[in-house]
Design a protein around this ligand. Structure first.
Ligand SMILES: [Ca+2]
Length: 359
């Protein structure tokens, strides 16, 4: 009889336990194997389970289809893709770069911030981006209080049900490039919120409203994507700050980071997020199913994935507002009017499927 070999892998889906891999050889007396070698491995099951997920086969971490950006080198023409909801490359702003020429951005204007298009382009080792304009959000302190600058965009009816902007979305992807100024240092901040309001309730809170434990009592939800780091540090990490039904306290939840990618100053990064709202089953005592998804990619690499998020108990509460903004809880004195803290953005795309970095 032929001699055979066997390979067994004792495998469980529990995190951080040992898994044994054994190679064996059959002897002439069939049915008896001897172990030739064995090894045990400590595996990160979170990473393994992502690789095993059939929708996770692309190098981008998700999407069973081609990323939208692959079809549009340098993003040229991407705004016209049927999956794209909105796009801005900040090349057509008018009045000295202070007002958008297309789209529905609303620009923050106050005494402690400046939101304008300035000269610049996305660059990296592999990429010299198109165009000449990038968005700059500059904020400064006048001694006390908070500072906020940036843009917001309605993606559906938001102020009231008759705005004519549609019902919003149950799922969206947002991609943009971000660059923290060389003089940026870690400071408490919030921003880049994505959320919605229950327009059947006159008292529904606004996206970004903080300090509410159970968001359902105020008919809204949102989740921010923002940098964090030790105060004064020149190294940041991008993460979520989510106002969902199950967060523990009055503030937003920072999801666990699966893959740490340090963010340095003066460098462009491609930031992408996905928000999929949970399904709703009105036959259950609590209609909110734990199947909402939030994901984050940096330069095309999946860094955060949470798949049990509950944002809503009613289906008509949908994604209706995106803010590309920075909100600081009191900037240090060094960031005065003549030396503001600055963050740059470019190539914003909002779509119904995975976008991907510029190709
Ligand atoms: Ca541009």
């Amino acid at each position: 009889m032929m001699l055979g070999y066997s390979l067994t892998w004792r495998f469980t889906m529990r995190r951080n336990v040992r898994h044994s891999l054994t190679a064996g050889r059959e002897t002439l007396s069939a049915g008896i194997s001897i172990a030739l070698c064995a090894a045990s491995l400590l595996l990160d099951i979170a990473a393994v389970s992502l690789a095993a997920d059939p929708v996770q086969k692309s190098p981008y971490g998700i999407s069973p289809v081609r990323p939208i950006a692959v079809k549009y080198p340098n993003d040229q023409g991407i705004a016209d893709d049927p999956e794209v909801v909105f796009a801005d490359d900040f090349e057509s702003w008018v009045k000295g770069g202070t007002e958008p020429n297309v789209g529905r951005w609303s620009v923050r204007k106050n005494k402690t911030s400046r939101t304008t298009v300035v000269r610049g382009q996305v660059t990296s080792n592999r990429l010299r981006g198109p165009g000449k304009g990038i968005l700059e959000i500059a904020c400064w302190t006048q001694g006390s209080g908070s500072q906020v600058g940036g843009l917001s965009l309605k993606l559906g009816n938001y102020n009231h049900a008759n705005e004519g902007l549609g019902d919003g979305y149950d799922e969206l992807y947002i991609r943009y490039y971000i660059n923290f100024d060389e003089d940026y240092r870690a400071v408490r901040n919030h921003g880049a919120n994505l959320g919605g309001r229950d327009l059947k309730r006159s008292s529904a809170a606004w996206v970004g409203m903080a300090g509410i434990r159970d968001v359902s009592t105020r008919g809204y939800f949102y989740s921010g994507v923002q940098p964090r780091g030790d105060s004064g540090s020149d190294e940041l990490e991008m993460g979520f700050y989510s106002y969902h039904l199950d967060k523990k306290g009055p503030w937003g939840e920072n999801y666990e980071v699966l893959k740490k990618i340090p963010i340095r100053m003066g460098r462009w990064y491609c930031v992408e997020r996905r928000m999929k709202l949970n399904s709703v089953d009105y036959h259950k005592s609590d209609p909110a199913n734990a199947d909402g998804i939030e994901e984050l990619w940096i330069d095309g690499k999946l860094t955060i994935r949470k798949t049990d998020v509950r944002f809503r108990r009613i289906e008509h509460l949908r994604i209706a507002l995106f803010s590309l903004e920075t909100y600081y809880h009191g900037l240090p004195e060094q960031y005065g009017r003549n030396h503001p803290i600055k963050v740059y953005f470019d190539n914003v795309v909002i779509a119904k499927s995975y976008i991907g970095p510029m190709s």
